[in-house]
Unconditional design. Structure first.
Lengths: 175, 315
């Protein structure tokens, strides 16, 4: 069994912090988009700053990833799995950055004020007011969120595959 | 959304509820009398720009105007240097719905029967029987005074809100727009499908229309979290300022079409109360806005030419 060094501490902290935030975010989004109940407003109020925090962390993390060396995957992994690992990581980074931007953009296009914190701290609009664009981005936000949900599940599945079935050092390198 | 659709909402680019409407604009001048209750800029400033919409609470945008249909006034107040405030008000004094469950049951009871093209009276009656806590509100609205049109109507916030003063003091309130125009009773006998809108267009071209924003402070026994409960008659009221509307435009390209009047878009100094209907409205309006914005829209019943005709007649 090939031995893989652990990822740097900063990479691991960012990974697990964002894992918790993204999972929470996916469920907050799902519940608020399907609810008219008494927690709707609280969830929406939480969704915006959490989304922006994920955006900021994702950009930091992308910078960190490009700067630091990435541990190579074990030599004995089939080519298809290597390809899948690279592609899924690219998509994960893409969605972590795209989803908050689409959310921010859709509220801009919908002509909404975008409170970030409380009622006084507002985000600026990043797109012109355009209801057709708003509707399109609102749908895209849902589709991309479900795509991220699927990708997160595949990512967890792959981590468990490394840890429990292949029993290589990949899962351990992230802990 | 499904329940609204089955209750006869038209769709096709129109608002799912309050489908027949017209855009208006003007300004709001604070009197200063509410400035001790709320730090919101609108209660302190003069000439705050306003975009608004008058509408009938119908699912069908081409429905004929009727005196008994609920009328609404929705406003977007935009102080130049502070976050905006949006509010949607109706002319009945209370909302005979208490929470999300009532709303869902109500629209289910209003489902169009394919055989008659109308809601089934038995289902509507059953809704009344199974929701006895809404009876007093429904009676209040049934027996309400109906004015001759939009210009002499009073519009109520229905839901309660919390005003927050500069020192943090919180005050539960409701508000109403009380017309400064003289109030006439409506007769409702007319062959004109758009008579309410035609009258509004004539009135606003005649002279700017004005309302007092009157804030009612909750008394000791008033229920804050239930818009179906009537408040005491002797509550303290404050005249917060004057709304002036001097311009009217069709929804075709009008400034009120591409936005939603979400009642939870509130500036610092105004906060939601724990009234659950506020959250229902916010969530449902957002979904309606997203659906209609993606649809191809046919012309509004209140067309630009209807507005110009009246203008032409005046000059």
């Amino acid at each position: 069994m090939s031995c893989m060094a652990s990822f740097p501490l900063l990479s691991r902290v960012l990974h697990w912090l964002m894992a918790i935030m993204i999972l929470a975010m996916l469920f907050i989004g799902l519940f608020m988009a399907s609810s008219v109940g008494p927690n709707y407003h609280r969830l929406v109020t939480l969704h915006r700053p959490l989304g922006i925090a994920i955006l900021v962390l994702a950009i930091l993390r992308l910078g960190n990833r490009l700067r630091s060396s990435v541990q190579p995957l074990p030599d004995d992994m089939p080519r298809l799995l290597r390809w899948a690992a690279t592609a899924s990581h690219l998509l994960l980074y893409g969605l972590m950055i795209a989803l908050p931007l689409v959310g921010w953009g859709m509220l801009s296009a919908g002509g909404f004020p975008i409170p970030l914190w409380g009622q006084s701290v507002l985000l600026p609009s990043i797109l012109p007011h355009n209801p057709v664009l708003w509707s399109w981005l609102r749908s895209a936000h849902s589709v991309l969120a479900f795509a991220l949900f699927g990708l997160v599940l595949a990512h967890i599945g792959a981590a468990l595959f490394h840890g429990l079935i292949r029993r290589d050092s990949v899962l351990r390198s992230m802990i | 959304m499904g329940e609204l659709h089955d209750a006869g909402s038209y769709g096709h680019g129109f608002r799912r509820a309050y489908a027949k409407g017209v855009c208006v604009s003007g300004w709001f001048d604070a009197s200063g009398d509410a400035s001790h209750l709320s730090r919101a800029a609108v209660f302190h400033e003069q000439h705050v720009p306003v975009i608004g919409r008058f509408a009938l609470a119908v699912g069908q945008p081409y429905a004929p105007d009727s005196a008994v249909t609920v009328r609404s006034m929705a406003l977007r107040l935009m102080p130049p240097d502070a976050p905006e405030w949006r509010t949607g008000m109706n002319d009945p004094p209370v909302l005979p719905l208490r929470d999300a469950r009532d709303v869902s049951d109500f629209f289910a009871s209003q489902q169009i029967d394919p055989a008659t093209g109308k809601p089934d009276p038995a289902r509507m009656k059953a809704f009344g029987m199974t929701h006895p806590w809404l009876k007093s509100a429904a009676d209040e609205n049934t027996h309400r005074f109906v004015s001759s049109g939009f210009a002499d109507d009073t519009f109520h916030s229905l839901d309660s809100f919390v005003l927050v003063a500069a020192d943090g003091t919180r005050t539960a309130v409701r508000w109403a727009m009380i017309p400064m125009q003289s109030v006439e009773p409506g007769d409702g006998k007319t062959g004109d499908r758009d008579y309410l809108f035609r009258k509004l267009i004539g009135d606003i071209h005649d002279h700017p229309l004005q309302w007092h924003l009157v804030i009612t402070v909750a008394g000791a026994h008033d229920v804050i979290n239930d818009p179906s409960q009537i408040w005491a008659q002797d509550d303290q009221t404050v005249d917060a300022g004057t709304l002036t509307l001097n311009s009217i435009e069709s929804e075709e390209g009008g400034p009120c079409t591409g936005i939603t009047f979400d009642p939870l878009i509130l500036p610092p100094g105004i906060q939601p109360s724990d009234d659950p209907i506020l959250q229902v409205r916010s969530a449902v309006y957002m979904r309606s806005f997203s659906l209609r914005s993606g649809e191809k829209r046919s012309p509004s019943a209140v067309t630009p030419s209807l507005i110009q005709t009246s203008e032409g007649r005046k000059s």
